[in-house]
Design a binder for this molecule. Sequence first.
Ligand code: SF4
Length: 352
Amino acid sequence: MSTEQLIHSRSTALFVPQLVYFEPDAMLYPKGKRILEWAQSQDLPIHMTTSHNRITNLPGETDLEKYRISKRTLVVGIRKTLKFDTSKPSAEYAIPIATGCMGHCHYCYLQTTLGNKPYVRAYVNTDDILKAAKDYIEERAPEMTRFEAACTSDPVGLEHITGSLKEYIEFMGKEPLGRLRFVTKYHHVDPLLDANHNKHTRFRFSVNSDYVIKNFEPGTSRFHERIEAAGKVARAGYPLGFIIAPIIWYEGWEQGYEELIVKLHNTLPKEALEDLTFELIQHRFTKTAKNIIERRYPKSKLEMDEAKRKYKWGRYGRGKYVYPDEQAAALREFITEHIFDKFPAAKIEYFT
Ligand code: SF4
């Protein structure tokens, strides 16, 4: 077997947590009971906690060990606040489904938003959440309302445990004025293929050049797995999208991103081309994120040299470092031209 075949024969495994915590209210919901049975069937260590905020005694000698174990800890609870955050530019609202992710992408935005509580929280009061979504849809009618389900986690990576995403998809399938979107780096899409989506859900995959995926995205599905999953999703009739993010400037980036677009073009079935979107996001970082990444992934090759970047002022004085205008323009032009060349009917939603 060649190295290439060997890599392709290895499949990224489904997430199985190392520890599971239940908040007591979770047991009042059928989904909470189902997850408990699943955890028991897997022989996982199960604990009760009055609240996820009280989980302080995770095993591990060093901060780094504790961090890695937290990422493999599942907390099952209910979503108390049913006020949804806004989610520009891709949707009107962020719909809660879970918080936290088992992946180890060095630049993951959750590193700063979740601070020292990076465990994976799954919410079991799905009906309450969908009822709140319905109210938001009615409030905006006759306008369409789009909900983003991947603002605080990667919901596909958890679907085999919760089944929530399929419920959200089928709920939106019945809503004339509701649309769902989410993005994933996981290829475990099979349970979603027979959902009654009614084309109301845009299924997006986060993709990147080989160099970026190999160096910065451990713990997620490999490129070929994501692209095969994208083909399945397109054949199941879902509108499809790709987020190329973060776009990184490195030695050889032109070749890397050109290869990415060519591979997408050569692999996708024709069904995928009918309704295809791209979202392009250049790499950026804040000082806080840089400090956290350097602590948690000390060997990372991720370039975060402020001197090579442009400072972009943000709200509340929280600015970020982006590529200087000339580099950003070169990235944007190169990638958009290649997308238009290979996918003339696709829509590029934004470059930011
Ligand atoms: S897959 Fe997404 S949510 Fe999970 S660690 Fe990577 S960037 Fe973060």
